[in-house]
Design a protein around this ligand. Structure first.
Ligand SMILES: Cc1cc2nc3c(=O)[nH]c(=O)nc-3n(C[C@H](O)[C@H](O)[C@H](O)COP(=O)(O)OP(=O)(O)OC[C@H]3O[C@@H](n4cnc5c(N)ncnc54)[C@H](O)[C@@H]3O)c2cc1C
Length: 575
């Protein structure tokens, strides 16, 4: 993973394949400069020296080999931030005030237990780290005086067992999406959990953040796939049972789901798997409007034949996709223009692109397609065929690289996601787009706000907004938080969720009490106090230890102070 951006260090956004994109972005966002604002040179970044409390290295050395404990600057840099827009802004400038002091790499559940036991009596905090793809500040160390140890699950990625008869796989928590699918595919199985961060995110991270994959409509979110889990806490290990169902009190799996590393370390989990689907069919459609698309999704979702994948992009997002597909010139460009003219003549003036995908046995795919087709037709969906679907599938993991490309040119690009019941979908959509556009205008900027729906439920849907504009030099972070607050307030005031799948981390802390009520927050704090009495695990994330005001969000994300309940540490010798 790049230290300054998304993905493979050897890969950049393929701008040469999208010649129309930059001229379009310049016009759309009013960008008048061509000057690149690259990340600072790696060599110019100086991290503070690791602060290692007395006894820590001896204790860790007794349970881990030397190559499993690192105070190396490369590792500490890579574990300093997640991948949110403010994370990338800071890391690109070389602002890394609070790197972890150590990174440890356990290789088994037993080693995680031994690490937790070893640090229990020391002035240490532990941050569980999966793939580091978090975009709410969930893995960022804060301004603690204790030694910050990031516990990376990178070396725990094995498929431990497969029960083919019951369709269950037990997998170590550090397994990334590709590792999980490859090891299962060798045995003829698949998990089917594909978040957009699939290439880097891990099973433990998915569970800890209640992740949703792009096929969650068919297979469910990670919480629907999880059967049992092992969580190493300071008070001992919780291992839930691998049984199809239980009524033995409140569900402990649900307590681990969404715990964001604050209760302990997830070391392994048993998840529901299915045979690798032999047939697959992904197609594109154009709807005359986002409203027509929402009506189609609603009707499909309320029917008995749900596709695996439905992604509906509003007119602005569809425009961006078309721009990215526009050829530079020649016959292809001419055909592209003619196609656009033809569409407009048929009433698709500001169309919405819908991707619909099925996988399963050939008969199942055919039956569900047959059931969905008349619904799509009724709502005016124009079939674009399998090529459009396959091209979307091929390029879907390239999109996150676009943000780095735009940031190179001094642009803010971020996302805001929520979920709400069907009746609220369109009103919320209109309000959020209007509010975003108004705020851009009042900041004297040309802005872009778009939305897609990528997860649906019988009861409602997830709305995923993307917004972009020029950065305001010198005020980049405040500028960003203005939009963060705007969208979040709007979601909560319109009966929508604080977050649908990005979790709480630091970014959503100010609104947690409003989301789950003071009594709910107290209950979770009591659980934390019972499992983690010394406040070792990922302090300050997910559960605000004290009332947090909206205006604090910016500072909190930058500098999380140690909760007052933690005793002050003794002076720490450096390594
Ligand atoms: C480009 C991009 C696209 C994304 N798309 C999606 C999407 O489609 N769906 C979605 O749900 N999310 C998405 N995300 C958000 C992110 O990928 C998810 O939150 C993901 O679940 C994080 O997994 P991770 O392994 O990277 O966890 P990390 O980022 O390493 O950690 C996330 C949180 O979980 C905790 N944690 C991690 N591992 C463990 C463990 N083993 N035990 C205890 N706690 C642990 C951490 O302490 C932290 O609080 C996206 C992010 C990016 C940057």
């Amino acid at each position: 993973m790049k230290w300054w951006g998304w993905g493979d260090p050897g890969k950049v956004f393929p701008a040469e394949r999208t010649p129309a994109l930059w001229p379009w972005a310049k016009h759309r966002l009013g960008i008048d400069q061509e000057e690149l604002i690259p990340p600072v040179a790696r060599e110019s970044i100086r991290l503070r020296r690791p602060r290692i409390c007395a006894g820590l290295l001896e204790k860790l050395g007794a349970v881990l080999a030397a190559d499993q404990i690192s105070s190396d600057d490369e590792e500490r840099l890579l574990h300093s931030y997640g991948k949110s827009y403010p994370d990338l802004l800071r890391v690109r400038r070389g602002e890394i005030p609070f790197p972890p002091d150590l990174v440890v790499f356990p290789k088994s559940h037993g080693e995680v237990e031994a690490i937790v036991r070893a640090v229990a009596s020391l002035e240490v905090e532990l941050i569980p780290f999966g793939g580091g793809t978090n975009i709410v500040g969930g893995i960022n160390p804060g301004a603690s005086e204790r030694t910050i140890v990031t516990l990376s699950l990178r070396r725990m990625g094995r498929l431990l067992s497969l029960d083919a008869e019951s369709g269950l796989a037990t997998i170590e928590a550090g397994a990334t999406g590709p590792e999980i699918e490859e090891s299962l595919a060798e045995r003829g199985f698949s998990l089917g959990h594909y978040p957009d961060s699939f290439e880097y995110s891990t099973l433990g991270g998915w569970i800890a953040t209640r992740s949703a994959g792009m096929q969650s409509d068919a297979y469910g979110r990670i919480e629907d796939l999880l059967v049992s889990v092992k969580l190493v806490t300071a008070a001992g290990t919780i291992a839930t049972r691998t049984v199809p169902a239980s009524s033995a009190g409140p569900d402990l799996n649900r307590l681990v789901l969404g715990s964001e590393g604050t209760f302990g370390v997830i070391t392994e989990a048993t998840v529901r798997v299915h045979p690798v689907p032999p047939a697959r069919d992904v197609r594109g459609y154009l709807l005359r409007s986002f409203e027509d698309g929402v009506a189609a999704l609603h009707e499909i979702r309320r029917s008995s034949a749900v596709p695996n994948l439905m992604r509906l992009q509003d007119a602005n997002e569809t425009e961006l996709i078309f721009v990215m597909k526009t050829p530079g010139g020649g016959l292809k460009a001419l055909l592209h223009r003619l196609f656009g003219r033809c569409l407009r003549a048929r009433g698709y003036k500001r169309p919405s692109l819908l991707i619909v995908g099925f996988e399963g046995t050939p008969a199942d795919v055919q039956n569900r397609r047959k059931a969905v087709r008349p619904i799509l037709r009724r709502h005016g969906a124009l079939p674009l065929g399998q090529r459009a679907g396959e091209s979307w599938s091929k390029e879907k993991y390239d999109i996150p690289y676009l943000r780095d490309f735009m940031m190179d040119y001094g642009c803010m690009v971020d996302v805001a996601e929520t979920s709400c019941t069907w009746g609220r979908v369109l009103p919320l959509y209109y309000r959020a787009v209007a509010a975003g556009e108004l705020q851009f205008k009042s900041n004297g900027l040309k802005g872009y706000v778009s939305c897609h729906i990528s997860h649906t439920y019988p009861t409602g849907a997830c709305l995923y907004f993307t917004y972009a504009s020029r950065q305001i030099p010198g005020h980049e972070i405040d500028h960003y938080y203005g939009y963060k607050r705007l969208f979040t307030r709007l979601f909560l005031h319109n009966g929508a969720a604080l977050t649908h799948h990005h979790a709480v981390g630091l970014e959503h802390l100010p609104w947690m009490e409003e989301e789950i009520a003071p009594a709910g927050l107290d209950a979770l704090r009591a659980v934390k106090a019972s499992l983690d009495p010394e406040g070792i695990f990922n302090p300050g994330k997910c559960l605000p230890p004290e009332p947090v005001r909206e205006s604090d969000a910016r500072e909190r994300s930058r500098e999380w102070r140690t909760p007052s309940s933690v005793p002050s540490p003794s002076p720490q010798p450096t390594r």
